[in-house]
Ligand binder design. Structure first.
Ligand SMILES: Cc1ncc(COP(=O)(O)O)c(C=O)c1O
Length: 408
């Protein structure tokens, strides 16, 4: 059954404005059921969490519904889901908490492929503890993060390995399961950044080998909130800094302040929306998520193929990396034009793309491209169309002087 793109697009009210969105990696448009759920929650009486009165119980219910939804999305248990304002904030919480247990001589391994949100919190926590930081390197030609190097990077003093499940810059999908296996053999904890990978296919915490997995709902049709998931046993061992009167229960003790209850309603609605991407799917929500995201993934991959083929036919355009497994995300540069200039020219024609380093700071520094403005990123999401890809290619052809070869 082909992916029903007309049905899918109809679920995103913002698409009617007519912009061409190739910036899902920076944040997707919001699905209509999410808008409705947030609005409904704001129109309904809710109080701070309390079992004593109905509005208070509603808030308790919104929190537990969001935890259950995220658990289904990632293959976790609801009581292992920590909710928070952003992936960055949650990772800092975890880094501060773990870092307080590290000693001089301990080691942490980070990668040059990662978004800085899964690098700097660990580097800074290591510095504070006197621990050593070791770096996993990216192959500059292919954009791969070879898993084999972790055998040399990980040792008996390794306390943590932080790695991405999908690069937000060039799409690379590293072999996280193999990396995690190496890390676990040395007794290290594995923190996986799933912010870019989770929107683009089914995710399973155990299959990844992740001890902790981080995701942001605004990258998968939801509101600007994030979650960090682990087995409850992982959280049980950790004692974050916290206010004295706040709950010491797991996972609540990792969450700071009063949550945005209406936005949590949006998180659950976004997961339900993803579970409905394949209208023929049956079974529980986790099964329907697998079906819906598998269908969306195949569709996105067909668009990626079309985009890569078209980009290859544009002389004067260079695509960064050629990883074997990738999310539908591509960075490129036009000869003789700054990425920002390309972004602005595309923006003037109605195309929404990012330029710069998109916080993949270490990758662009390693490539020597930070000082040259980074790159332009085309990031595909399941509401994009083949026609949009073709229009982007035509616009890029114009910007590169109209010398497209027949291969495109
Ligand atoms: C791969 C990746 N990790 C982490 C983040 C940070 O997410 P947040 O904005 O929720 O802090 C981003 C944001 O773009 C990202 O793309």
């Amino acid at each position: 059954m082909p992916f029903d793109i007309a049905r899918t697009r109809a679920a995103y009210p913002a698409l009617t404005e007519g912009f061409v969105h190739f910036d899902g990696a920076g944040g997707t448009q919001t699905a209509a059921p999410v808008v409705d759920a947030v609005t409904d929650a704001m129109r309904t009486a809710i109080g701070n969490r309390s079992a004593a009165f109905t509005p208070g119980r509603r808030s308790l219910d919104l929190v537990s519904a969001a935890r259950s939804a995220v658990a289904d999305l990632l293959g976790a248990e609801p009581d292992g889901v920590v909710l928070g304002p952003s992936a960055t904030a949650l990772t800092y919480t975890l880094a501060r908490t773990l870092g307080a247990t590290w000693r001089p001589g301990d080691e942490v391994v980070v990668s040059r492929l990662d978004h800085d949100a899964n690098v700097r919190p660990w580097v800074q926590a290591a510095e504070a503890a006197g621990a050593t930081v070791r770096w996993a390197e990216v192959d500059p030609a292919t954009g791969e993060l070879p898993a084999g190097q972790y055998a040399d990077l990980v040792g008996e003093r390794t306390r943590l390995v932080a790695v991405t499940a999908g690069s937000n810059a060039i799409g690379t999908v590293p072999d996280v399961a193999a990396i995690a296996k190496t890390a676990h053999a040395a007794g290290a904890l594995v923190c996986v950044d799933g912010v870019h990978s989770v929107p683009h296919g089914p995710t399973d915490l155990a299959a990844l080998g992740a001890d902790v997995l981080v995701t942001s709902a605004y990258k998968w049709s939801g509101p600007h909130l994030a979650a960090m998931v682990a087995d409850r046993a992982v959280w049980d061992r950790l004692r974050p800094e916290k206010l004295l009167p706040s709950s010491d229960a797991v996972p609540d003790r990792f969450e700071y302040g009063t949550p945005s209850f209406p936005l949590l309603a949006g998180v659950a609605a976004a997961v339900d929306h993803l579970a409905g991407l394949d209208p023929d799917a049956t079974g529980g929500r986790r099964e329907r998520l697998r079906a819906g995201l598998t269908a969306a993934q195949a569709y996105e991959e067909s668009l990626l193929e079309r985009l890569l083929t078209g980009l290859a036919a544009l002389p004067g355009l260079t695509v960064l990396g050629s990883p074997a497994r990738r999310c539908p995300t591509v960075s490129f540069r036009l000869a003789g034009q700054s990425p920002q200039r390309t972004q602005e020219a595309l923006g003037a024609a109605g195309f929404c793309l990012s330029s710069g380093d998109y916080y993949a700071y270490e990758y662009f520094r390693m490539m020597g491209l930070r000082e040259q403005g980074g790159a332009v990123r085309a990031s595909i999401y399941h509401y994009n169309t083949a026609d949009e890809v073709d229009r982007l290619l035509t616009e890029l052809d114009r910007l590169t002087g109209g010398k497209r070869t027949m291969a495109g």
